[in-house]
Design a protein around this ligand. Structure first.
Ligand code: FES
Length: 168
């Protein structure tokens, strides 16, 4: 197999899952949001070339797909880590010291400023405005797991627990 065929085969494999998702939704352009959700579950973000493929397959413009992806805040256009840590910085959590959690986690992960994801792509740290669990303030979520009344030390312990589990 020559190099071009190899590249084409690899690209095909890479997009195989997207094609399955599109077919699963009958390539119905009114299903754009659930299609993008499924794609994001697969890649953990929406790669640009995948959005273009979705647009072409649904017969809509890439600008429209991009517009939808940027409209909904739960879509990510940048790659995220395997573990996405969201610290709530809504009013209730802020009052109970959520900034201390952010500072502690940033220190442990070497993140800050515009750097939200570790170089090894294991962790992304974000703040969110309210997780809807104000009774648990300060709250943080690691992927789907909600942790309530978390102090900085406990946040670091949760992080260490994940690192151990990953053999880091
Ligand atoms: S303010 Fe943090 S969960 Fe609502």
């Amino acid at each position: 197999m020559d190099a071009t065929a190899k590249v084409a085969q690899e690209a095909g494999r890479r997009f195989e899952k997207v094609i399955q998702i599109l077919d699963g939704h009958n390539r119905d352009r009114t299903r754009l949001v659930p299609i993008l959700q499924a794609v994001q579950e697969e890649y953990r973000y929406l790669p640009e070339e995948v959005m273009t493929l979705v647009a072409t397959s649904l017969g809509i413009s890439p600008a429209k797909v991009y517009g939808v992806a940027t409209f909904y805040s739960h879509f990510a256009l940048q790659p995220k880590g395997k573990y996405v840590i969201r610290v709530c910085d809504g009013t209730a959590c802020h009052v109970k010291g959520s900034q201390d959690l952010v500072d502690a986690l940033q220190g442990k992960l070497g993140l800050g400023g515009s750097r939200k994801t570790t170089a090894d792509m294991m962790f992304t740290l974000e703040t969110v405005s309210c997780l809807g669990a104000c009774g648990l303030a300060p709250a943080m979520v690691v992927n789907e797991d909600v942790h309530g009344q978390v102090g900085p030390d406990q946040a670091c312990e949760i992080l260490e627990g994940i690192r151990q589990q990953e053999g880091m």
